[in-house]
Write a protein of this length. Structure first.
Length: 365
């Protein structure tokens, strides 16, 4: 009986030993690595870049006064539409004492001259009617009187211009009425009633009464990195995306690329401007942030593969082509010539065809 148990014990020890050995052997063998299989396809590849910027009017016109004074009335506010010639503000003139005194003296002199001319005219008229003097002498006194009347009217008008800035003879063109020089949208009115304003001269630009822009003539203004500016050219089309109006996508054409870059935060950028078209009828405002998508290069109906299946070694590119699946997957490293890529797909010009089966991502079990 003891012998039987001894044999059984040794048998169990042998089984455990052999099992452990087999287990360790099986686990020490390298596991087969399996990969997904990718097939090339035909398609289009577009390489584009996205530029950030803003929507701005092509021209923002600052309306300046033609006379110095104090704002007595403001007739518009930001957001109003105006037409060329519309009055946007009125100015009250504060006359200088010396100018007013000089103008008033001119009135006094003109009044004296008129009184004298009138007396002579009436005397000449009476004498002419009695045939005492010749017609020529009468007509001379009459002309002198008419000139004196006009001189007094001009002198009085000069006083009004100095005092109020308004000519009675040409009130509609008064310098005290500030008019818009273009039709468009009022963007800003930096003055209010009571503000002092001055006209532009050699020493200053004058006070801005309002800023007006034609909202039918807008541009996209943005910046492009120095690594991509060489791929852009005047005349290239763009597609605009407006953050505040996601449903609108107006088109644009590049019309200006700055010849000089600016440096900010360690990066050099170049300003670009593009003329907008297909604008929405309403809702678009100056200063909206926008993105512009520009197509740099494109190819159509070419053989493409995912960029993840391509391996790079120096200046060479390779893919792994499937050669066998039994008993395990076998791959052949194949050199290929690649072309344009968009960050997802890559154009393969030669080295494989549409029937090739390529190694993709590793399958994790």
């Amino acid at each position: 009986m003891k012998k039987f148990f001894r044999i059984l014990l040794w048998t169990m020890v042998g089984v455990i030993f052999v099992g452990t050995f087999v287990y360790l052997y099986m686990n020490s063998r390298p596991k087969e690595e399996r990969y997904s299989v990718v097939s090339p396809s035909r398609g289009d590849i577009v390489r584009s870049t996205v530029l950030t910027g803003t929507i701005e009017p092509r021209d923002e016109i600052e309306i300046k006064p033609q006379i110095s004074g104090i704002i007595s009335e403001v007739l518009v506010e930001a957001g109003d539409l105006v037409k060329e010639g519309d009055v946007i503000a009125r100015i009250k003139v504060i006359p200088e004492a010396s100018q007013l005194s000089s103008a008033q003296n001119r009135v006094d002199v003109a009044q004296i001259a008129l009184d004298d001319a009138k007396a002579k005219y009436e005397r000449s008229k009476m004498l002419f009617e009695k045939k005492v003097i010749a017609r020529e002498e009468f007509e001379t006194s009459e002309a002198t009187y008419e000139r004196a009347v006009k001189e007094l009217a001009g002198a009085r008008d000069a006083v009004r211009i100095v005092r109020e800035g308004v000519s009675e003879l040409n009130a509609k063109e008064s310098n005290t009425m500030v008019r818009s020089t273009i039709s468009g949208l009022v963007l800003n009115v930096p003055i209010k009633v009571g503000s002092s304003v001055i006209l532009s001269n050699t020493f200053n630009d004058g006070t801005t009464i309002a800023t007006v822009a034609d909202m039918n003539n807008l541009i996209f203004k943005g910046n492009v990195d120095e690594t991509e500016v060489g791929q852009l050219a005047v005349g290239m089309p763009m597609t605009i995306s407006i953050g505040a109006m996601p449903e609108e996508h107006p088109s644009a054409v590049i019309e200006y690329i700055s010849p000089k870059g600016t440096s900010a935060n360690g990066a050099n950028t170049f300003e670009i401007k593009a003329a907008l078209s297909d604008l929405p009828e309403e809702g678009l405002r100056a200063g909206y942030s926008a993105n512009a998508t520009v197509t740099l290069r494109s190819v159509t109906n070419v053989l493409t593969v995912p960029e993840s299946v391509v391996e790079y070694s120096g200046d060479s590119t390779f893919v792994y082509c499937l050669t066998d699946t039994v008993p395990v997957q076998k791959w052949r490293r194949t050199p290929v010539k690649t072309g344009l890529g968009d960050g997802i797909s890559l154009h393969v010009e030669s080295g494989i065809d549409s029937l090739s089966r390529l190694r993709g991502d590793k399958i994790i079990e």
